[in-house]
Design a protein around this ligand. Sequence first.
Ligand code: GRG
Length: 297
Amino acid sequence: MAVTEIESYLASRQQLVQEALEKSLPPADSYPPAVHRAMRYSLFAGGKRLRPILVLAAGEAVGGAPEPLLPAACAVELIHTYSLIHDDLPAMDNDDFRRGRPTCHKVFGEAVALLAGDALLTQAFAVLSRVEGGIPAAKVLQAIGELAAAAGSQGMIGGQVVDMEAEGRTVTLETINYIHTHKTGSLIRACLRLGGILSGAGEEPLAILTRYGENLGLAFQITDDILDVEGDFTQMGKKGGMDAARGKATYPACLGLEKAKEIAGELCAEAQELARSLGPAAEPLYLLAGYVLARQG
Ligand code: GRG
C-alpha cells in the first residue's frame, strides 16, 4: 500500500482497530454491568490508538496482513487503557480528566475503576490467546510471554514504581531514562515486536523493529514531557504543567526544553532510518515516527 498521507493511514487503521475493540469486550449491559460500563467508558474515550496501529504497521513492514494481528493490537490497547485508569486513581496521579472527559474513578467510583482496570488487563491476555488467521500457536505463546513481560514489574510497572519514587527528588538522566523506557517504552517496544513475531519476521527484521520501537518509545515520552510544558491542553484533553507541579522526573526538567526537543528529533530520525532499512512496506512506520514527533495531543 502506498501511503502518502499519515492522516488517511491513521484513519483507516483506527477504524479497523475500533471495530475489533468493539468485539473484544462484553456488551456494556452484560452482567455485571457496573464493571463492563466502566471498561467501555475508558476504552472508547477517544484515544489515538497509536499502540495498536504500531502493531499493524510493524506486521505490514515485514509483509504481514493487518487482520490476523487485530487480537494483538486490541490486547495492547486494553493494557494501555488499564494503565491509564490506574494511573489516574487518587493513590497515583489523582487526575480528574483523561482524554478530555472525567476519569473512570470520577464517574464510576474508585473501587469499580480499579476493578475495570484489572478486568481490562486480564481480558488483554484472553484476546491475545485467540489463535486466528493461520498464525502458529507457538508464535501466539511467544507473543503472550513478551506482552506479559513488557507490562510487568520489569517493564511498565517497574517504570511506574521508579517514577513514583523519583517524584519531588532530583534524579540522574540514567534514572529518567529507566522511567521513560519502562513506563512508556516497554509497551511501545512490545507493539513492534508483537507485530513482527506474529507476522513471521526473521531475526534481522525483528531486531530492526525492536530498535525502532525503543527509539520511538523514548521519543514518545519525551514529546509527552514537552507537551506537558507547552502543549495545547484542549487538544491533549488534560491539564498541562502537571509534571512540574508534581516534581516529576522529565527531560525538560533535567536538560531544558531545547535539548529535550533536539533529542526527541534525533530519536525519531533514527527510527525513520531504521524504517527505511526495512524497505517500502515500512513506509507507515516511517510516517508514524514523524507523527510522534509532531503530535499535539
Ligand atoms: C499505573 C499500571 C500503571 C502503569 C502506569 C503507562 C503508565 C504506567 C501510566 C499512564 C500515564 C502516563 C502519562 C503514561 C505515559 C505514557 C503516555 C504518554 C500515555 C498516554 O498515551 P497516549 O498519548 O494516550 O497514546 P491516548 O489517550 O491517545 O491513548
